[in-house]
Design a protein around this ligand. Structure first.
Ligand code: ADP
Ligand code: MG
Length: 319
């Protein structure tokens, strides 16, 4: 049975060449690049709400950092440092080994260093804070959308929500199709390179954590604009196409959470720049609609008529 300090030393202490002082003292000491703005974001993950006890610990390590990195991506920030606060019901060495492997693999992928945190006993809870850097004035904020902007999304939509619906028995899928959507739920890939590449190109951006309509709605609200999007333009995996006659599947695409793709707006004159940025980042991007001066969010269905939308996204406190 190891002590709290042994646990931290064994599982969460790595070399941190990018920090003046990492894990082990009362504070970490960080030296931001001269003239850069620090972008800071926290996300909390609770067992039973964001992951289930049966989920693989390496996958939880991956996802817990990935969802935080996704916020840096949505801001166009370059990842630098992270802290990890973790409550554990018991010291389970095998669980911690796998968790930290998943966490550090994601960290190494994006050059972010774990510089501190807190460890305590309690129901399994993870709270991560990430810090990144962005040149002043170049962050991709939610309040920058302008009427006439194209609306773009990266990757494909709905896969994670369909995987969850499949796992919960709300959507029947052939096993071979389910196998294609499940990675989106368990191993989301934050679009960090795309976010950075969109600096100076996109007018606004958000990451899709709670569903396209809800998250695009945040851009519209902050930018005091509206939008028209076309359902038929929304990018999905080919494996998903066969299920679109199901209302659940359509809802997953429009309002399903956990995709961690970027939704961003840019002027039509920048279409070539957007495509070049996406190409550099190795991510596909799709134009799904445009920003309007009038408020309101309209989804045009495949028949050319507006769809009636019931659920726009996930809200932890919705009745
Ligand atoms: P304090 O008593 O000052 O809160 P702790 O004993 O909680 O310090 O932590 C000791 C050191 O280990 C600190 O540098 C802290 O940032 C780091 N630390 C604690 N838990 C974690 C963790 N889960 N991941 C990374 N670093 C951690
Ligand atoms: Mg502490």
């Amino acid at each position: 049975m190891s002590s709290e300090f042994d646990l931290i030393a064994k599982h969460f202490t790595r070399a941190t060449p990018d920090a003046a002082l990492g894990v082990g003292d009362d504070c970490a000491l960080l030296l931001p690049s001269p003239g850069m703005q620090l972008a800071v974001s926290s996300d909390m993950l609770l067992e039973g709400r964001h992951f289930s006890p049966q989920d693989s610990p390496a996958g939880i390590g991956h996802k817990s950092l990935a969802v935080n990195l996704s916020d840096l991506a949505a801001m166009g920030a370059t990842p630098r440092w992270a802290t990890l606060s973790i409550a554990l019901p018991e010291v389970n060495d095998a669980w911690l080994t796998a968790f930290s492997r998943g966490f550090f693999r994601m960290a190494d992928l994006h050059g972010i260093e774990l510089v501190g945190g807190d460890t305590t006993r309690g129901a399994l809870t993870l709270s991560i804070t990430v810090m990144g850097e962005v040149p002043p004035g170049q962050a991709l904020r939610r309040d920058g959308a302008q009427a006439g902007d194209d609306i773009w999304v990266s990757g494909v939509l709905g896969s994670a929500a369909m995987a969850l619906a499949y796992r919960q028995g709300r959507l029947f899928m052939e096993q071979i199709d389910a196998a294609r959507v499940l990675p989106a739920l368990y191993l989301p890939m934050p679009r960090v390179e795309l976010g950075v590449a969109l600096r100076g190109i996109a007018h606004s951006a958000i990451d899709i954590s709670d569903g396209l309509l809800g998250d695009l709605g945040h851009i519209l609200q902050r930018s005091k604009t509206g939008a028209v999007i076309e359902f038929a333009a929304l990018p999905t995996l080919p494996a998903v196409q066969d299920y679109l006659q199901e209302a659940v599947a359509r809802e997953c695409i429009l309002a399903g959470g956990d995709d961690y793709e970027l939704c961003f707006t840019a002027p039509p004159a920048k279409r070539d720049c957007v495509l070049a940025a996406a190409n550099d980042a190795g991510v596909s991007v799709t134009r799904i609609g445009h920003i309007t001066a009038e408020s309101g969010l309209t989804v045009i269905g495949a028949d050319g008529h507006p769809l009636t939308i019931e659920h726009t996204g996930y809200d932890h406190f919705a009745a």
